[in-house]
Design a protein around this ligand. Structure first.
Ligand SMILES: Cc1cc2nc3c(=O)[nH]c(=O)nc-3n(C[C@H](O)[C@H](O)[C@H](O)COP(=O)(O)OP(=O)(O)OC[C@H]3O[C@@H](n4cnc5c(N)ncnc54)[C@H](O)[C@@H]3O)c2cc1C
Length: 399
């Protein structure tokens, strides 16, 4: 709940400033003011000797009056170059469970791809697809997407709206939530319906991944959430599944920005699409430098894999950020993840722990990465990786 300071009681002693872990309180004209960095931790509440800090109970949002009119689960299916991003299929898998819990329909929204792609969404589980093929949606820009999705939500009133926590979803979904004056929880790792209320329990890591926070939007509709790619499992593909496609027009929708050129993220000519890789060889501080990553690249080439990294390795400047795996990097789910010289901090684990097979190479037998690993190799990576490379090369050469 938001906090406020009663200016008539504040004596300007600064006790609240001292206890605030986020430096969110400032002194203005001898009176404390809670600023934009407030994380609602409430550490300041009990610190004030005058009792001047209180919860803003009177500013609660009133529940929407027509709560029961909002029905169904929607998935925004983003497309790139006319092809639906796989995260949409994952969200349809999850959306199906939520829709079943509410006895409601599962719908998808698709802007800008060919109409045949809308049929794909039906085969992946959508009962109905709201489709707009207007050319304004061919290259992604925020304004038209935000405008049309807001219009459709206002008209059809879904109870839940899900989208990928991708560059696209992160960019325009907050605009939609702001227009509709509703909540949006980013980067959810699990979604569930609260049986008694129908509220969506949106769970995501908070405070640097140290706790899992369950967030509700009990007074507003729709309930909006984004989920990173590869966090949820895709639903079932049924080639004969039938559904309804509703074509919507983009009348009156304009964009003030234009996409001039799109470039794929590349590093040394290597595609770093970590989220679609089957094999990832990831290096951490234990790799000890850029040269260490050259050794990992050799292994990656032999396994048709790509290179990942811990934040420590990225911060050291050994490898670009586009390779980072974890809470502030990418979430990945390859068939094989080999963690080399990575300790296994929780912020790294949240980005890779759902990989099918995890192999950890670390010289410290107590390293937390081993508790997430399917197989653990305790030893020096500078000895283990060259041996692996040698064995794989021999096998490739048929020796
Ligand atoms: C808000 C926040 C967000 C964060 N986001 C991320 C994120 O997205 N991704 C991420 O990775 N981290 C993230 N971090 C940082 C995270 O907390 C860790 O600091 C980081 O993951 C540590 O990286 P590391 O395991 O490479 O380094 P270290 O923890 O230093 O571990 C190095 C490991 O290498 C091993 N080692 C050393 N030499 C060798 C050798 N020769 N052979 C074998 N093993 C060896 C050591 O035993 C050690 O276990 C975040 C932190 C915060 C606070």
């Amino acid at each position: 709940m938001p906090l406020k300071i009663d200016k008539t009681k504040c004596m300007g002693c600064g006790a609240c400033i001292t206890v605030c872990p986020y430096d969110a309180i400032v002194m203005e004209d001898g009176v404390a003011r809670i600023g934009e960095y407030c994380q609602l931790c409430q550490a300041c509440l009990s610190s004030c000797p005058e009792g001047a800090i209180m919860e803003k109970k009177d500013e609660q949002v009133a529940p929407v009056e027509d709560m029961a009119d909002w029905k169904g689960v929607w998935v925004f299916a983003e497309q790139r170059d006319g092809r639906i991003a796989p995260v949409a299929f994952e969200l349809l898998g999850e959306g199906r469970k939520l829709a079943a819990a509410r006895g409601a329909e599962l719908c998808a929204v698709l802007f800008g791809a060919a109409k045949s792609e809308a049929q794909e969404l039906v085969k992946w589980g959508a009962d109905r697809v709201y489709y707009c093929g207007d050319p304004i949606f061919q290259g992604f820009t925020d304004e038209p997407n935000a405008e049309l999705l807001s219009r459709l939500i206002s008209k059809y009133r879904p109870e839940v709206v899900l989208a990928g926590a991708t560059a696209i979803g992160r960019s325009f979904l907050p605009r939609v939530a702001a227009r509709l004056k509703t909540g949006l929880t980013a980067d959810c790792t699990s979604l569930e319906i609260e049986a008694e209320t129908g509220n969506l329990i949106q769970t995501r890591p908070a405070y640097g991944g140290n706790i899992m926070a369950s967030i509700l939007s009990p007074r507003t509709r729709p309930q909006m959430a984004t989920v990173r790619p590869k966090v949820m499992k895709a639903g079932r593909y049924e080639p004969d599944r039938q559904g309804e496609i509703i074509e919507v027009d983009a009348e009156g929708i304009r964009a003030r920005t234009k996409v001039l050129e799109t470039m794929k993220a590349q590093d040394d000519g290597v595609n770093v699409n970590l989220q679609e890789a089957d094999v990832i060889i990831s290096g951490g501080r234990g790799v000890k430098g850029k040269e260490g990553f050259e050794m990992l690249k050799e292994l990656a080439q032999l396994l048709n894999g790509t290179i990942g990294a811990s934040r420590a390795a990225v911060d050291e400047g050994w490898i670009p950020y586009c390779h980072q795996v974890g809470q502030t990097g990418k979430t990945v789910c390859p068939k094989l993840y080999i963690a080399c010289g990575i300790s296994g901090a929780v912020q790294h684990l949240v980005g890779m722990q759902s990989s099918d097979v995890i192999i950890a190479i670390n010289k410290n037998p107590e390293a937390p990465i081993f508790s997430a690993a399917t197989y653990g190799l305790v030893g020096d990576l500078n000895e283990i990786i060259p041996l692996l490379v040698k064995k794989l090369r021999e096998r490739k050469d048929g020796k």
